[in-house]
Design a protein around this ligand. Sequence first.
Ligand SMILES: Nc1ncnc2c1ncn2[C@@H]1O[C@H](COP(=O)(O)OP(=O)(O)OP(=O)(O)O)[C@@H](O)[C@H]1O
Ligand SMILES: [Mg+2]
Length: 628
Amino acid sequence: MSMEATAWTQLHNVMNAQADRRPFDRNTLRRIAAFARPHRRRVALFLVLSVATALLAVATPVLAGRVVNAIVTGEDGGTVTRLSLLIAVIAVAEAALGLVGRWLSANLGEGLILDLRTAVFDHVQRMPIAFFTRTRTGALVSRLNNDVIGAQRAFSNTLSGVVSNVVTLLLTLGVMLSISWQITALALVLLPVFVLPARRMGTRMARLQREAAAHNAAMGTRMTERFSAPGATLIKLFGRPADESAEFAARAGRVRDIGVRTAMAQSAFITALTLVSALALALVYGLGGFYALRGQLDAGAVVSLALLLTRLYAPLTALAGARVEVMSALVSFERVFEVLDLKPLIEEKPDARTIPEGPVSVEFDDVRFGYPSADKVSLASLEDVAALDTRGGSEVLRGVSFRAEPGRTVALVGSSGAGKSTIAQLLPRLYDTDEGSVRIGGIDVRDLSADTLRDTLGMVTQDGHLFHESVRANLLLARPESTEEDLWDALRRSRLDGLVASLPDGLDTVVGERGYRLSGGERQRLTIARLLLARQRVVILDEATAHLDNTSEAAVQEALTEALAGRTAVVIAHRLSTVRAADLILVVEDGQIVERGTHEELLAAGGRYEELYTTQFENPGTQAAELG
Ligand SMILES: Nc1ncnc2c1ncn2[C@@H]1O[C@H](COP(=O)(O)OP(=O)(O)OP(=O)(O)O)[C@@H](O)[C@H]1O
Ligand SMILES: [Mg+2]
């Protein structure tokens, strides 16, 4: 490794790790070992290679000394030729071993990234919805990218940096001491002159680097949030673009300043290193020359010492930062493990059941529920808060009981915030109840397998999310094996076939981020088409509260009728037409069901339902308005 490259690594390490002077964590080490275990043969091979490379590296200076001696003593030309040929062979071997070593360490490092990444991705996918509602996507993505890469870099740096440097250093020092211990000792005395100020400067740089990282992260999250279609819309409508830009520019400016200072510090460091080793070299020549003149040392030994010295400073400086390097490796690994350690609150039981064929009922039995507190589901570092909220959410559902008979439709109505969407989310186990139980076909949803739940239950959420992919990809999510015909059939039944046929690329038209290139009603019908395609036995519809014009209203209504036919349905209704068609209407207020019955019964009773009806539904012009 060149001296300059080592100096960079050294400074980088000093800068990165000052903050984390935590004691070694045995457990972390054990888990890293577990991740490295599948690669152990490559690790072993790498260690063997490191030793071989180090041996070759000390051989050349020693041979060069021999050449000088051969010249001085005036031996025959054969020796000189043989020695220089040997030096050439060693150079070639060193180059070859270097390449193989690099190949090995790249393979190790990238393999480790792959293992860690897939592990984190798998794990995050299994996290409950509560986790995602709290986590800043930007922070999570950065954990998946930066820390995984940090862990990998630290791992392979430790391997190649520490291991091969220790071997090189020991060998070089050993050979130097055997040539002349006095000169070796004097040459080493200069070292602290350079290492100590570098450490002090490192601390300052570390602070700056952390500040820059924080600014970069803040700019990153801001961009992901502001540059999504809904975020950008919000800024256009309410934001102050000039202020946003000014804040962004201020952060970016600070990052530039830190960048310049870091660059200057790095070159100062390298200059100092070059200077100190040049001074040490002068010392070797001066002192060695003096000894040689007095006949205590031969000329070849002086040359060997000088050459060995140039190979001594690089591993020495690298090792000065080694502890720090190991520490930062541990920190990156810990940050990754922290995510892997989050327990998914909602997991499939080992003996999970399936639901028998045929229409099924849906039942809520005295269900009580509060949204879980942050410390149960999330990490402070992913929420961008200093400490997690430990307050349990207040109870949102307070004893909800009802039963939807097989093939029947139950409509939930009530004020905004009453708990309707919450009820809907308990069915597919996006959350688990605190007390009471939710049953499908008489079986508690907690006893069902995740596959069964997905196959039995379809849901259209209030915001009708679409991925930034083609119409086809968005539909296939529901049933990957669907044929072209199935797709068009679902589109026809959700009254979207005309629209999709008229799109430039038909089914392959990309719908734009979150479906923002479709109208509210079209987006809703596309989510209904997805539901129709999946053909689940139970459907949950959280009607979008968007105001629709009469044509889309009618189209959505037809699509809904198709979706509900013959299925058990729980519909959160914001439209009179849906409410009327329901077999049972439940009025939800403040987490409880306050009234239940058919449209006629409830109207006749003259309670909360009648109130909602007269304020929201009576005037046909506001039919589509949100109920509540
Ligand atoms: N993820 C969440 N974490 C914590 N509290 C939540 C969460 N989602 C909803 N709430 C709270 O739970 C209560 C019920 O919300 P819910 O979404 O069920 O209302 P809703 O009846 O569907 O209202 P709307 O008609 O406006 O959609 C509200 O007070 C809300 O603030
Ligand atoms: Mg809702």
